[in-house]
Write a protein that binds this ligand. Structure first.
Ligand code: PXP
Length: 239
């Protein structure tokens, strides 16, 4: 069973562009669910530049599917999320000046600190995913510190058009390493309506975290339809 979690950060980005109270990501989540989303994802950045605490609280109370919150492994955010208890927290590295997340978390480098954070989230009943590069060593470390899911970073795959086959092979090897370590495999970053197809054909992942391409298409066809189209691809492409 393949699952699509729709990242709605950019609804909040649009709201914040005018410091208005619309468009509301809570409303967007409902429409995404009507379009067939299996989950809703938001990135709660420390500077709350798009999604804020209010959004996360309301989404937790209102959505009917699974809420995933992407967050940096910092104590204040983690403590907030332990109280909110989304279905999943995806730990990501965060650089204040970046436009979007670009790299996976370096699990090997911060193994001890991350292990404590993973354990505390799990004690609160939250499933923990770590966003990593498709690197078997990082994946092994993620399993060792107790993560249940890894999200493989598809940023390079989506950009390195001249070496797409190589990047796809890297993802495939990484996914096999993750499954061998007992981890569930998700993918995300830079995926769109066409580049997701080879990943589906290779049966690399069970979970798909997709935002920008869907929100961009929604401007022309509406959010429900944009989600519906992506969901259909994810369900129908055969391996
Ligand atoms: N996964 C992670 C960890 C991300 O940070 C993002 C972007 O917020 C996504 C998936 C979704 O990426 P995109 O918006 O390019 O689909």
């Amino acid at each position: 069973m393949r699952l699509l979690s729709v990242n709605i950060d950019h609804i909040a980005t649009l709201r914040q562009a005018r410091r208005e109270n619309f468009p509301d990501p809570v409303q967007a989540a409902t429409l995404a669910e009507l379009g067939g989303a299996d989950g809703i994802t938001v990135h709660l950045r420390q500077d709350q530049r798009h999604i804020n605490f209010r959004d996360v609280r309301l989404l937790r109370q209102t959505i009917k599917t699974e809420l995933t919150v992407e967050a940096a492994p910092v104590t204040s955010t983690v403590n907030f999320l332990r109280r909110i208890k989304p279905a999943q927290v995806t730990l990501v590295p965060e650089v204040v000046t970046e436009i979007t997340t670009t790299k996976g978390l370096d699990v090997i480098k911060q193994k001890r600190a991350l292990q404590r954070i993973v354990a505390s989230l799990k004690r609160s009943g939250v499933r923990v995913c770590i966003f990593v590069e498709p690197d078997p060593d990082q994946i092994k470390s993620a399993a060792e510190i107790g993560a249940q899911v890894v999200e493989l970073n598809t940023d390079l795959y989506s950009k390195d058009l001249g070496r797409r086959d190589l990047q796809l092979r890297r993802l495939k090897i990484a996914a096999e390493a993750a499954r061998t370590s007992g981890l569930t495999v998700h993918v995300g970053h830079g995926l769109n309506y066409s580049n997701v197809v080879p990943i589906l054909e290779e049966n690399i992942a069970q979970g798909f975290s997709i935002g920008f391409a869907i929100i961009a298409r929604a401007v022309f066809v509406g959010l429900k339809e944009a989600v519906f189209e992506m969901k259909r691809i994810i369900q129908e492409v055969r391996t």
